[in-house]
Design a protein around this ligand. Structure first.
Ligand code: CP
Length: 311
């Protein structure tokens, strides 16, 4: 069972089955318990993780690097790869993957282009993790989101979940919708019509008999939801600045919205936030977004260990 992910790339959540998800979350919980008890993990001793970030990041890069260090592993890192890596000289991601084989035991890539992680993985013999590819997917973010929902709500099944904001461009929203769809939710997708959830995702969910309501009304959705997953309007994906300026600030979670929401609603956000969750919400006990960010470490420890066969 523990070997079902060994040697696999983590590029697209649609490749993950329920048994993979259970194994990742069980392994993350085990690692978390060891760390909470003050124990030391050495299962990645002598191994090297390469992190290649062609787009900005704080959380994803730091949690991957922390995860590797917490297991006694090592990290080699390229930041600002668009200006500092050999891609500037014309090197393809395929060739970068070929070379990484000589240095590292696995790699994480973040890139603006959808499909970039697949190109790296086609070159690399070692496992590759998609750390966010443009407006495509962000699989490990969705895994930590699942872990957060499990911890905060006590279950993954039969929840009403609102995903709100820039659903067209948010890779975290895409990956979460695909993954949570395996657990029979009722979904509210809340967005301005111009930046709604891609049709391939809503169609696939409805084909699987998942109840999907698309609306612009955040208050009505929040009244019925166990979880509200906010996303920011993704300025960097807009080609029309006027459209961005019109849509930014459309939705703001504040104490007034919490008061109007279903009692006990859990508020999540992949971060970074811009202005879509007021700081006053941070004191609300259901504000889970910083706990969600912390769950990135054990989840990424589990993914690293399982795909390299060092769990
Ligand atoms: N959630 C997330 O991907 O954050 P970063 O862009 O800071 O990595």
């Amino acid at each position: 069972m523990a070997t079902i992910l060994k040697g696999k790339d983590i590029l697209d959540v649609k490749d993950l089955k329920l048994e993979h998800l259970s194994l990742i979350m069980e392994t993350a919980a085990r690692f978390e318990a060891v760390m909470a008890a003050g124990g030391r993990l050495t299962n990645m001793a002598g191994k090297v993780l390469a992190t290649l970030f062609f787009e900005p990041s704080i959380q994803t890069r730091l949690t991957f690097e922390t995860a590797m260090l917490k297991m006694d592993g090592h990290v080699v890192s390229v930041m600002d790869a668009n200006s500092t890596s050999s891609s500037v000289k014309g090197e393809t991601l395929y060739d970068t993957g070929k070379m990484i084989d000589g240095y590292a035991d696995l790699a994480v890539i973040r890139h603006a282009r959808v499909g970039s992680s697949l190109e790296l993985a086609e070159g690399a013999g070692v496992p590759v993790i998609n750390g966010g590819d443009g407006s495509g997917q962000h699989p490990t973010q969705a895994l930590m989101d699942l872990m957060t929902i499990q911890k905060e709500r006590g279950r993954l099944n039969n929840l009403t979940v609102t995903i709100a904001g820039d659903l067209k461009n948010s890779r975290t929203a895409h990956s979460l919708a695909w993954l949570l769809g395996k657990y029979g939710p009722r979904f509210y997708f809340v967005s301005p019509p111009e930046i709604g959830m891609p049709g391939d995702i809503t169609s696939a969910l409805r084909n699987d008999f998942i109840d999907v309501v698309e609306t612009t009304d955040l208050v009505e959705a929040a009244k019925k939801s166990d979880v509200l997953y906010m996303t920011r309007i993704q300025k960097e994906r807009f080609t029309d600045e006027n459209l961005y300026n019109r849509l930014k600030g459309t939705y703001v979670v504040n104490t007034r919205l919490i008061e109007q929401s279903k009692p006990g609603i859990t508020i999540m956000h992949p971060l970074p936030r811009v202005d879509e969750i007021d700081r006053e919400v941070d004191d609300y006990e259901g504000a889970a977004y910083f706990r969600q960010a912390a769950n990135g470490v054990p989840i990424r420890m589990a993914v690293i260990a399982l795909i390299t066969g060092n769990e």
